[in-house]
Design a protein around this ligand. Sequence first.
Ligand code: MGD
Ligand code: MGD
Ligand code: SF4
Length: 813
Amino acid sequence: ALSATAASPLAPQGEWRPATCQGCTSWCSKEVYVVNGRGVKIRGNARSKVNGSASCPKAHLALQQVYDPDRIKTPMKRTNPNKGRNEDPKFVPITWDEAIETIADKLMELRAANETHKYMLIRGRYTNLNAVLYDRMTKILGSPNNISHSSICAEAEKFGPYYTEGIWGYRQYDILNTRYILCWGADPLSSNRAVSASLRDWGDVLDRAKVAVVEPRLSATAAKADEWLPVIPGGDGAAAVAMAHVILTEGLWFREFVGDFTDGENRFKLGQWVDPESFEEKYTHGLVTWWNMELKDKTPEWAEPLCGIPAEQIRRVAVEFASAAPHVMSWVGGGPCMQVRGAYASMACHALNGLVGACDNVGGALAYSKSFNQGIPDPKEYYDDAAKVGLKNEKIDQRGRLELPSLNGGKSGGGVVTNNTADGILNSDPYDIKVCIAYWNNFPFSSPQGERWERALTKIPFLAHITTNASEFSWFADILLPDTHSMMERWGFVNVSAGGWGHCTLMQPIVDRVWDYKADETEIPWLIAEKLAAKGFDYLQRYFIEQIKDPETGKSPTNEQEFSLYCTKLMTQNYWDPAKYKGGDRFNGWEDFCKAGVWNSDPYKFRARWGKMKTKTGMFEFYSETLKEALASHAEKHGVSIDRVLEVCKYQARGDMAFLPHYEEPYVLGDPNEYPFVLVDYKSRLNREGRSANCSWYHELKDLDPGDEQYQDVAKFNPAEGRRLGLKDGDRIRLTSPVGSIECTAKLWEGVRPGTISKCYGLGHWAYGRLASKVFGKTPLGGNNNDLIPADYDRLSGASVFYGLARLKVEKI
Ligand code: MGD
Ligand code: MGD
Ligand code: SF4
């Protein structure tokens, strides 16, 4: 018989080591099987209460990323002084010393010229260690310009929850205890923020709950759902307020949360004004105002032509959803919100959670679980006079200007307007950017109308890119620094919540680095600080040495590896140090935490936020006093009325309507006669954000996306429309919008709403690697949707718009 003895080939050759996946923002805790320093297999970390041993299909692509032969293996410098898409940078290898020396020289030049604000740090994906490079280093160098990718990611989706219940952040969903899931442009089986856990649990969910999906295309989740509501892009707000109308007229609101008429008689009757005095609210604010001003006439029949969903389906879903209250959820993804008027759709779809008492409730939509990250010390003591002056400058993305309120956290200019940075740079408004360091990002590819980034990056005199792969962004760089891969080669940690649990999961260097990579957020800033100190500016190095010490020994770091480790230990100390225990899993110290790889929170405390929400009234605000205050302060800052702000920002609301969840017509660009279709963009199940197209498995498994084909980039048409256009599967086509065009392949598929073309985001790289591009540096493989999408914003949240904006025409080629 076969037995696995030490000498046998069946004996284990390696060990499972804990890791974290950042392929998407599910941020699962994982384990990697490591043999002789090489990662060979990936599985979920069973110790995590968020994702357990579950994995999604794209987790495994991390192996192909780590061992991608196209990774940058050494620092490089550009030798062609001309920049541009058609200019080969002619990169040549250099040493780390030369690379860092060059960067430090450029930073010192800015200091000598009193232009520290002309330094910019760009962050794409990140771990929580980003505080070092993104925040502290930028500030100590004296620049206000730390620009994150947040608003090409998800800001609009946070708007509704913030201005109704005070959460500027994501929600988690208690799917195992729910009885009805209503998804708005979220596809939890493919994307969003709990993919592994959703895939694991969805079978049980379907046994116990109904699922309805509002989507212009048949998504993976819609394909398994009880109801697919094929919405016209941008019609969500109409469907949501009509559902609210039905819930109120049918008397189905959740009285324990919302309250009731003082005499118990339902006065919410079609078209009838209600006396606010007749209703006593409990944990909400402004329900009757919402009814009187927006809901009373908004029947499903009113909504049907606006959203394209049959009135009887809107009514049925609303009644079944509310009848299962409060163990139900309105799950709002980016689809309805990342639109020009998406802020109000975000409010309208999320407000349903308030009506049915689903927020903070069992089986409902919850805030993220409490976590206990420790910040790193304040840097203010390390600002010199030049830094203090530099920091006072306006930020390059122009956030907070009249036309860009970006009201993150209730503050005018509170959030980044990532994609507008390109215009700030191009127009030197408010000034020009001279030195930029960027990491883990690829804005010419990932941002709408990314061609603006190509021109903006060409204009920056000195650009360094910290990256695993040469990418479209790298093409414009002067220096490339080869980065560690997030999953296996570096320290870091992130927090995420799902299903009522939060976890803090560690990245650790668990495999050997094949080449001389260095970690973006800690090792590289350490090396820069050393060089700057040698050139006479030691503030950054002193901050690192004096403020970031090993919490166990009290020792200061002496090199970049120690610095990286101490940062991680310091910021996670509340999880692993028994003396600092604050809740959740207990550990006996750092080693113990590293072995587990993940800390789990305590169970969720349901209903704890009822009456204590971080809104102005403490209540769930249907009439948002919080938004009223934020808009008033933005308007006052610019000496205009709130109505003027709304007008400049392209919203239709005026007066009090601005503070209420309501429907606004979609703002779509292009003449429908010339451009008859609306683009429906969505993420591939295999997208590790913009980073997986150089993996062979990505192409081989592409038909995991409903309607898609292996090794193809297909634009999907409703079959009747496709036939009318004379299209058949496999035809090569050109899609053109008012701002650009791409080439791809036609596919006729039933899961497409008429009037739309549905196409995955992910392909179309012209400079990523040998599998991602047709000819590296020249010809893309497939087409990048962002070449079709105009650069525009949901200005109240600062979010870039991906949905409901681009009209298209199609030609055979
Ligand atoms: P990525 O496109 O993932 O990030 O957009 P970005 O923040 O620009 O590119 C990351 C780059 O970092 C890679 O190109 C590579 O150069 C480098 N890199 C890859 N792996 C690593 C690594 O492990 N470490 C480091 N340091 N570098 C690495 C993301 C953004 O894209 C997001 S978050 C969303 S949600 C948007 N999604 C989206 C969409 O759904 N549709 C369309 N049309 N556009 C979208 N763009 C947005
Ligand atoms: P998307 O997955 O882009 O965003 O997660 P979500 O916010 O859930 O989904 C947008 C959906 O909206 C698509 O299904 C699209 O078909 C639909 N849609 C388009 N227009 C409309 C419309 O007008 N109305 C409605 N109702 N729907 C519309 C984002 C989250 O996903 C983020 S921010 C990141 S960074 C992660 N990235 C990521 C990834 O790259 N790949 C995968 N597989 N998962 C990911 N998860 C994370
Ligand atoms: Fe989790 Fe996303 Fe990684 Fe999949 S890709 S394992 S869902 S973090």
